[in-house]
Design a protein around this ligand. Structure first.
Ligand SMILES: CC(C)(COP(=O)(O)OP(=O)(O)OC[C@H]1O[C@@H](n2cnc3c(N)ncnc32)[C@H](O)[C@@H]1OP(=O)(O)O)[C@@H](O)C(=O)NCCC(=O)NCCS
Length: 212
């Protein structure tokens, strides 16, 4: 099994990462449905089918996404979480496409409910997830693939000090076209000391997860 651990519950301030279950996956699908225009700008075809699908079709499709990530978590090829604040599901973070020997690598994906954007939730969640992946998960490398126009997501990896590795051409199918994506990566060595600690150093005082 590539990842050496299943996802655990992780906490930073009032942000909690909970392992993806059927119950919180249902809530995640609801939040995804409410945010389909916001998320559909950047999602690869197949994650939501929100561009072409009717409401019902979209919801079924995101269920397929939840089901796939539960299967992959059991197989050790994904570490999927829902992000909660209080008892509300506000987003999703996953280390997916996990490969074992020889690269011990994975790809981080993330989104937050539009109503909760701009509060530092995604960087906090990515920091927690990547620290877990490099620690209990046993991975050596995590990358993020970001559409060049997605300035908000570029800000997230920038805040956490991911290294720019350049462009992967026509990498993901987004809004009907094979779109170039910029690749950002970190190895375990580069993240020594921990991304949560790094985020603690750079976040604004009012950002979520900041100590009071
Ligand atoms: C990208 C995303 C996950 C960032 O999450 P977040 O928790 O808002 O992250 P941050 O709080 O660090 O904000 C990131 C940037 O969003 C922008 N932002 C700030 N306030 C905002 C608001 N109220 N609403 C929307 N965006 C805002 C800013 O550009 C900010 O960067 P800055 O802090 O350097 O100014 C979120 O915008 C999102 O879910 N977008 C749609 C899905 C997506 O793009 N996923 C990533 C695919 S690679």
């Amino acid at each position: 099994m590539p990842a050496r651990a299943r996802p655990a519950t992780l906490t930073l301030g009032d942000i909690r990462l909970l392992p993806l279950t059927w119950a919180n996956g249902a809530k995640l699908a609801e939040v995804h449905e409410r945010n389909r225009e916001w998320l559909g700008m950047w999602e690869a075809t197949g994650e939501g089918e929100q561009v072409r699908g009717s409401r019902g079709a979209m919801t079924r499709s995101y269920w397929a996404y939840v089901a796939r990530h539960r299967r992959e978590a059991a197989a050790g090829t994904a570490l999927p979480w829902v992000i909660e604040i209080g008892r509300a599901v506000v987003g999703h973070v996953v280390i997916g496409q996990i490969a074992g020997v020889p690269s011990w690598s994975g790809t981080v994906g993330y989104w937050v409910d539009r109503d909760h954007a701009g509060q530092g939730i995604a960087p906090a969640a990515v920091a927690l997830a990547v620290d877990f992946a490099f620690g209990h998960g046993g991975l050596h490398r995590v990358e993020a693939a970001i559409h060049p126009d997605n300035t908000r997501s570029l800000a997230v990896v920038g805040k956490l000090g991911f290294r720019d590795e350049g462009t992967r051409h026509r990498y993901l199918h987004v809004r009907g076209v094979w779109a170039d994506h910029r690749i950002f990566a970190l190895t375990r060595e580069e993240a020594s000391g921990g991304l949560v600690e790094r985020w603690n150093q750079v976040r604004r005082p009012k950002a979520r997860g900041a100590p009071s």
